[in-house]
Each structure stands twice: as structure tokens, then as C-alpha cells.
Design a binder for this molecule. Sequence first.
Ligand code: PLP
Length: 426
Amino acid sequence: MKSYQEMSNDDLLALKAELEAQYKAFQGKGLKLDMSRGKPSAEQLDLSMGMMDVLNSSTNLKCEAGIDCRNYGVIDGIQEAKELLASMIEVPADKIIIFGNSSLNVMFDMVSHAMTHGVLGSTPWAKLDKVKFLCPVPGYDRHFKITEYFGIEMINIPMLPTGPDMDLIEKLAGEDDAIKGIWCVPKYSNPQGITYSDETVRRFARLKPAAKDFRIFWDNAYSVHHLYDDDQDVLIELVTECEKAGNPDLVYKFTSTSKISFPGSGVAAIAASDANLKEIREHMTVQTIGHDKLNELRHVRYFKNLNGITEHMKKHAASMRPKFEAVVDTFDKELSGLGIGEWIRPKGGYFISFDSMEGCAKAIVQKAKEAGVVMTPAGATYPYGKDPKDSNIRIAPSFPTTEELALATELFVLCVKLVSIDKILE
Ligand code: PLP
């Protein structure tokens, strides 16, 4: 098979006419499909409905310590919730604080607190002339929105198959004390589905940033979100690794059950060193009288332990797997060898990342929209919404049905081909 670059202009024009006819046929179908929303389908949400039944008016609502979960108190989470979430993210239960319903909210608070109060006695970031963050790209748009909101300058760090470019991170963080942190989604990353290699994690643990208040924002959102039973990525645990490397305070590790139970009604947590947790508890006591312990109890009584979560996630995988495969199999079949795009077959997480030829992503997303398929806006996976190569597109396969997704992917592939031909003929 010839790549598009190897084809003659005449051949490309003939192919274009053929593809345009197919595209027009799609437009005639009046499609209304959405590949932009990284949220579970209704089928996945149904998997957790049993959780609605574990607490009712006759349930004992005391936690194991005998405290009434209907009332104020136990600010950093009931012990059994700490144990459940700690086991999920592989930290000791005394290294975790339970929060409310959203880990993103906790990340926002951590940046906000550093801005106004500093980190373990450092100058508040808002009092500094310049604060910068390292941003592995492509990455999660909502991370970038937080740092943008606080006026923090963002520096792109290319993602490699092993995780972000550690040579660059070590150099930049080691030299510039205005660099105060880095956003990471270390397992089944959003959007590429990459899991950081052992070497990458160990280099993070040994990092020697110029700023002593530098923190790694380690967003472990997809720790148990595997697609396959027998082929799973393994991530080294960073809180312990930092401790071993004599760098215990370097990391804030975030997690939540948003995409395990119910997004928006899950339980979030942070794991960190004793010193970091002490500081977090101090500002928590000002911020709230306590989070939703009934929800903590509900999660513990429903999942019981890590095994309960693992078994539950297999059901999510059974729902998600055909969708991921429908997209990636179509890419393999329709686009392999054409030289007009690259993609990764993820083993978990929530997204598939597609890289078009340079300068094509916006046009592809627009073309798909004009035929009724909504994608995440091109550029969203980069700080400030600016993809310097205009090539990355994030695909979210979870929400539509497999049939809808197959149709949407067919159209997407068509748009990739048409826009690429135009680009080559430019
Ligand atoms: N972190 C990542 C990497 C995500 O992809 C998402 C949601 O898509 C979140 C965090 C949101 O988590 P939460 O619902 O706990 O705020």
C-alpha cells in the first residue's frame, strides 16, 4: 500500500472525489454523535446501582470507630474509607486523607493554597514575580485550566512512550526555581493511555528541583481502569519511592472513585508525606467541618475491599473494551501505512489519542462536526488550548454505544483522509 505522500496528485484527486461522495452520504444521514465526553455510559453507571441500596433508614450508620456518620466529625475520612482508597492506590492508610466528591477540586485547592499560603513555609506563590508549571503534552485540559486560572505560566513537556521527557524535566526543574510543579497522569494517561515506565517514576522520585516548594501533582485517576484481565500496565508507587529517595515531600498523589462508582458522587483522596498531610489537615480544618461520611460509608459497604473494586472494574472493562477496540481496529484497518496519522492502542483509561499530520487537527474536527460527529476541540489537550503542531485529537469512546462509535469512527477516518489529501495538495 502506498502512503498518501507517495501518491501522484492525479491519484489523490481521484481518491478525494471518491471519499467526498462517501462524506456526502454521511451528511445525508443526519447523524448526531458525540465522541467528546470522557464520561461513563449509562450502562456503566448501572453497574454501581447496588450502592444505592447499601444504606437505608434501618442501616447502622456508625463507622467502625463507632462514630455516627450522620453527624459532623472525622474531618480527614473514616478509617475504613482510608483503607479502601489507600489499598487502591498502594499507599499505607496513614498516608491518605479522604476528601469530598472530586479530586480535581482537591488539585485546585492545593494550587490555590500554595498561591495564598505557600508550601510548608515557603513564600506564597502569588507573591512571586513568576510561577511556572511543567505540563506533559498532550495532557488533561482541566489540569491546564487550573494553572491558567491562577496565572501560572505553563511549559510544554513532550510525552514519550515511557512518560514525559525526563531529561527535559530534570534540566528545567533543576535550573529554574520559578518552576513549582508538574501535572502528571501517570497511569493510562489522559489522553494517550501511556503508563510511565519504572525508570521514569524513579527519576521523578530522585528529582532535585531548584525550588524547594516544587510539587509533583500525580493524578492517579486511572489506577484500576484496565481494559484487559491478562494484559495490564503496572505503575511504580511514587509516594513510597520518594520516601526511599530521601525526597518524601515531593509528591501530592490524587485519586477518586469518580469513574469507578458515580462521577460527581464519588470519593476523592490525596496521599502524601506526613509533613504535607499535616499542612493539608491544617487548612482543611478552616475549609470544612467534614466531608460526606455517608458517601464514604456507602462506598466501603458496597466495595468492601480492593478485591471488590477489582471485580467491579472488570465489569466496566467488559463495557468499555469493545468500544476502544471498535475505534482502534478501524484506525488499524483504514489508516495503517497511509502516513496521515498515528495512534496508540491503550490498555486502560478513558481515551484514545490520535495525531494527524501537522496542521490538520482543527480541520478534521470541524469536518466531523459538519457531518454530525462532535469531537473534543482540537488543541484542548495543550496548555492555553494551543497545540503548536495542530495535530492532536482526543477521542472519548465510553459514552456512545458501540454501534454509534463504529459509525462515528468511520466518519472520523473519512475526515482524516480528506483533510490530509487537501494538506498534501496545498
Ligand atoms: N483527573 C483526570 C486525569 C481525569 O481524566 C478526570 C476526569 O476526566 C479527573 C481527574 C476528574 O476527577 P474527579 O471527578 O475526581 O474530579
